[in-house]
Design a protein around this ligand. Structure first.
Ligand code: HPA
Length: 276
């Protein structure tokens, strides 16, 4: 059986195998917190200092090679100074998306691996379009709730998981103490790979959505179902389709991420030690 066969036949066993490999490679039995760095967020992680360990994600069981520029497909381990104790952060640079057409399992494999590696808190970052016209490009927004328009769940079978507090209120309060200017919003998961039409954005706004993107929701559900607390932070990299009349492109998404990297990095660095 190849390393990716196990991902599809027994995804939890694949996550346990990858977590064991991480523990062996890093020499760290248990990590505390995981971060998934989305489009444009990769350089924000520089604020965490020099990683204690780095490998290519596809060296680990179940991880596929990344498909998108800005998603470099690395796994890192950082030691974080948290006052009188040390924390261990597992960082995924890049993720697999539903629009890659490889199914839901690779999309959630990173967070499942992180939970099996000991992480009780999962921080999901992403780039998104701003549906709420009050948002400015370059603004980070905390995800308060989501709407899934893909109708694809990472769970199957009679697993009726409550999602009332999916995006942990406790953690959102900690983050807002760190930066009191942060706003919260409702994120819509759009499969992509096309961006939305202006009519679709109007529909989403009418439904009560503030942000739209192509990630995060399946990972949040999978992490929560395994008992982890979830924080979602979206960086508004563009006004959503039809809001300004400008066309959308991936380069502006990456550029807006780079421009905001310092602010996002210091936010993460300030927040992580306060989470446990
Ligand atoms: N729509 C969907 N995904 C995105 C967008 C958008 O406008 N911007 C960045 N990711």
């Amino acid at each position: 059986m190849s390393k990716s066969d196990l991902l599809y036949s027994d995804p939890i066993a694949a996550a346990v195998a990858a977590a064991d490999e991480i523990a062996k490679k890093t020499g760290i039995a248990k990590h505390d917190v995981a971060l998934v760095m989305g489009s444009g967020w990769v350089s924000a992680v520089d604020a965490l200092g020099v990683p204690a360990f780095e490998c290519n994600a596809d060296e680990l069981t179940g991880f596929l090679s990344p498909a998108v520029e800005g998603h470099s497909g690395k796994v890192r381990s950082y030691e974080i100074d948290a006052g009188d104790k040390k924390m261990r952060a597992l960082v995924f640079l890049g993720r697999t998306h539903l629009y890659e057409g490889k199914g839901i399992e690779p999309v959630v494999h990173g967070v499942r691996t992180a939970v099996k590696a000991g992480c009780k808190i999962i921080i999901l970052t992403n780039a998104c379009g701003g549906i709420n016209t009050a948002y400015k490009v370059g603004q980070p927004v905390l995800i308060r709730d989501h709407i899934s328009l893909t109708a694809v769940s990472p769970l199957s079978g009679a697993t009726f998981v409550d999602l009332t507090d999916l995006y942990s209120k406790r953690i959102r309060e900690i983050v807002k103490k760190e930066d009191s200017t942060l706003q919260e919003g409702v994120y819509v998961h759009w499969r992509g790979p096309t961006y939305e039409t202006p009519a679709e954005i109007l529909m989403m706004r009418t439904m009560g959505a503030d942000l739209v993107g192509m990630s995060t929701v399946p990972e949040a559900i999978a992490a929560h179902a395994l008992g982890a607390e979830v924080l979602g932070i979206s960086l508004v990299t563009n006004a959503a389709a039809g809001v300004t009349g400008e066309k959308l492109n991936h380069e502006e998404v990456i550029a807006a991420g780079k421009a905001a990297a310092d602010r996002m990095g210091s936010l993460l660095k300030g927040v992580i030690p306060k989470l446990l």
